[in-house]
Design a protein around this ligand. Sequence first.
Ligand SMILES: Cc1cc2nc3c(=O)[nH]c(=O)nc-3n(C[C@H](O)[C@H](O)[C@H](O)COP(=O)(O)OP(=O)(O)OC[C@H]3O[C@@H](n4cnc5c(N)ncnc54)[C@H](O)[C@@H]3O)c2cc1C
Length: 356
Amino acid sequence: MGDTLKKSNNVEKFDIILVGYGIAARCLLREFAKSDYFSKKKILVVYNDDVFPPCSLNTTSIVCRSGVQKGISDLGDFIFDSYEEAISFYESHPECHEQGLQHSLTDQSPKGREDFIRRFGHCDSLNTLGDLSLSESFEGVSFKAYFIDPSKCLSALEQAYIEKLDVTIKKLTCREVLKKEGHLQLDCGCESFVTNKVIIASGAYSKFFQNNLKQESLTKSKFVSGSYIVFDDCDFGNKSFVLANRHYNLIYRRRSRQIMIGGSTVKEDLLCASVSELKSQYNFFRDLLKGDLVLPAFESGTIKTGLRHKGQKRRPFFGELEKGPFGNIYSMTGLYKNGFTFPFLGAKAISKLIQE
Ligand SMILES: Cc1cc2nc3c(=O)[nH]c(=O)nc-3n(C[C@H](O)[C@H](O)[C@H](O)COP(=O)(O)OP(=O)(O)OC[C@H]3O[C@@H](n4cnc5c(N)ncnc54)[C@H](O)[C@@H]3O)c2cc1C
C-alpha cells in the first residue's frame, strides 16, 4: 500500500543508482563515461559525507607497488594490474599527484631482516631521504611512489564523466535498499527512488547494508580504522618521500609542505584514534632521524582518522551481491589499503558485468 502510494506520487526512476561518492564511485562513473551504453542511462548518485566521512579524504593516499610481482598470488596479481591501470590515469593527470621515493626499512630483528631480504631479494644502504643527506645510513629498499592529492584526484575523476553522463548527484542518506516486486527501492527518508540496478560503493559503511543484503563480501568484511598525524608548514627539501617502517609511515609531501605519520593499523575504536600509538610511531621516527630531520612537536599536529573496509582475506569485492526479480545489486567494496589503485580495475569489471 505504502509503496503503491509512493509510486503514484511520482517516485523518480533511474536506470542505475550508486550509493557513495568517494574514489570507488568516481572510478565507476569514469569507466561508464567510456561506453555508449551508459551515455543513454539515467544515473543517480546518493551520498552524505557529513554523516559518513569519506575515507577518500581521510587518507595518506600513496600509490607504490612496493616490489609486488605477478604470478605469486591472486591478490598480488590484482595489486600489480590495478597499479598499472591507476598510474596510467595519474600519469595523465599531473595536477593530482607528485612523485618521489618510498624507502622501506628492514625489520630490526634478525628474523625480520631475513624475511625482508627473502621478500625483496636484497637490501641497500640508504643515505638520503628526498634531497636530505643522512648522517647515519639505514638498511632498506627504495621504490617509486606517487603522492596523490585526494581532493584533486576526486575532482579530476569527476571531470572525466560529468559532461558525458546523465548523472544526478544528491546529498541524502540511504537508509535501506528495499527489494520489491519488479524493482528496487532506495529509501532515503524524505525521498525514495526506484531502479533495477543499485551499486553499493559506500566504503566501510557498506557493512551497514548487510542486514538486508546477505553476501559474504559484506558479512565477512570488517571496519578497520586508520589514523595519522599531520604537521603543516614543514620544509624538508624539494623532494617528497616516504619512510616506511612495517605498517606505518612517515610521509613528506613537498607540494603541501606536510609531514604525515601513521597511516596503518592502529588500535582504535572506529573514528577515535589511539593517540598513544601515534605518539610511539612519532617517537620512533624522531629518534631514528635525530639531527637530520627535526620533527615539529607532537602536540602541534592534527590527528585524522579514516574508516577502511577490509574484505574477506584482504580481497576487494567487485561484482554482483544479489540478483532477483527486483533487479541487480552490485558492490565495489573492500578497497582497504589500496583505495587509490583497486577501483580503477574494479570499475572495468563492474562496467562489463552491467553490460552483459
Ligand atoms: C589512514 C589511512 C591511510 C590510507 N592510505 C592509503 C594509501 O596510502 N594508499 C591507498 O591506495 N589507500 C590508502 N587508504 C585507503 C583508501 O583511502 C580507501 O580504501 C578509499 O579511500 C576508500 O574509498 P571508497 O570510495 O571505497 O570509500 P569512501 O571514500 O569512504 O566513500 C564512501 C562514500 O559513501 C557514502 N556513504 C556511505 N554510506 C552511505 C549511506 N548510507 N547513504 C549515503 N551515502 C553513504 C559516503 O558519504 C562517501 O561518499 C588509506 C586509508 C586510511 C584510513
